[in-house]
Design a protein around this ligand. Structure first.
Ligand code: MN
Ligand code: MN
Length: 318
């Protein structure tokens, strides 16, 4: 039964341009809130871009996505799913980073998501750059490796840059595989394109049996066919969904640090998530929205819409 406490503020009660913005106008509950234990899916902001190696800004993502997400209504247009009535959802606020200390921030994030896991709260996070995903996986996959459904124009499987051992947003999934957090046989990366320094990421994928679907293959075969393969690859056991907004063509989503031309349009960007229905998504994120590169807010509005699509997939698995 839908709990009135966990329903978003309706635009019929307070117009959607009014009020303090939370994700999808949900109640704001930090971990200390007396009803936090009842949350089943927690929407979390990760305002941190310490993993960016070129154009920064995703630390500003969660706030702009929250604002844009006031546009979200209660019901999915196609499936009819009303996610806020299917599961107790809440905006759990932001996990505060230490903006001048990356290792400290990674520890803080990991510790936070360990607490969510202990409380059986499934996270849907808004980044932040893609390195934010690694501490989430360190928490959620500590006991058993997860499958991965990954939309991106980059594999993020590269070795650390600049001859350093310091991790960036170019290598969270390489680190996650090396740490045993992901099962390479249950990983699929979709939409890959753009120039690269070298083939180190492809070599790593081949050596570990990770499936890469380049954008050319996605468009040649079509979304339904590729996503049928994705569901087969990821399987029915617990999996993580990671969505980098640069999967989408920069004509649609320019607000990101490493845009690559020739990507999906907005409908296709949404459609791939709908085709993920049936997977057991135990955690998900939407990352790399960089408001300084799109002050119209259109990228953040697409990100909020994609988070709603992901949420509808997540509630079906509960
Ligand atoms: Mn990425
Ligand atoms: Mn990317």
């Amino acid at each position: 039964m839908a709990d009135p406490f966990f329903q978003p503020v309706s635009g019929m009660d307070l117009p959607r341009f009014a009020g303090v913005p939370t994700f999808m106008r949900l109640p704001h509950l930090t971990l200390e809130h007396p009803r936090a234990a009842e949350v089943e899916i927690g929407l979390v902001g990760l305002p941190w871009d310490g993993g960016v190696s070129n154009r920064p800004g995703p630390r500003h993502g969660p706030r702009q996505i929250r604002d844009a997400s006031s546009m979200i209504r209660a019901q999915h247009p196609v499936s009819g799913v009303r996610p806020f009535e299917s599961a107790n959802c809440a905006d759990m606020g932001d996990v505060g980073p230490n903006p001048v200390d990356n290792p400290e921030t990674l520890r803080r994030f990991q510790s936070y998501f360990e607490t969510l896991k202990t409380r059986r709260i499934r996270p849907l996070s808004a980044g932040g750059d893609h390195l934010c995903t690694l501490p989430v996986l360190r928490a959620l996959a500590a006991e058993a490796p997860l499958g991965l459904l990954h939309f991106d124009s980059h594999t993020d499987l590269f070795p650390p840059y600049f001859g350093s051992t310091v991790l960036t947003h170019g290598n969270p999934f390489r680190a996650a595989v090396e740490e045993g957090l992901l099962d390479p046989a249950r990983m699929i990366q979709i939409g890959i394109r753009g120039t690269i320094y070298d083939s180190a990421d492809r070599d790593f994928a081949r050596a570990h049996g990770i499936r890469i679907v380049p954008i050319e293959e996605l468009f040649a075969r079509g979304i339904a066919d590729v996503m049928a393969e994705a569901r087969e690859t990821v399987g029915t056991r617990p999996a993580y969904l990671s969505y980098d907004i640069d999967f989408v063509d920069p004509s649609v989503a320019p607000g990101t640090g490493t845009p690559e031309w020739g990507g999906p349009n907005a409908f296709q960007a949404i459609e791939v998530v709908r085709e993920a229905a049936g997977l057991d998504i135990v955690g998900a994120d939407l990352v790399e929205v960089s408001p300084p590169f799109d002050q119209t807010g259109g990228t953040a509005w697409l990100a909020a819409s994609l988070m709603f699509e992901i949420l509808c997939v997540m509630v079906a698995a509960l």
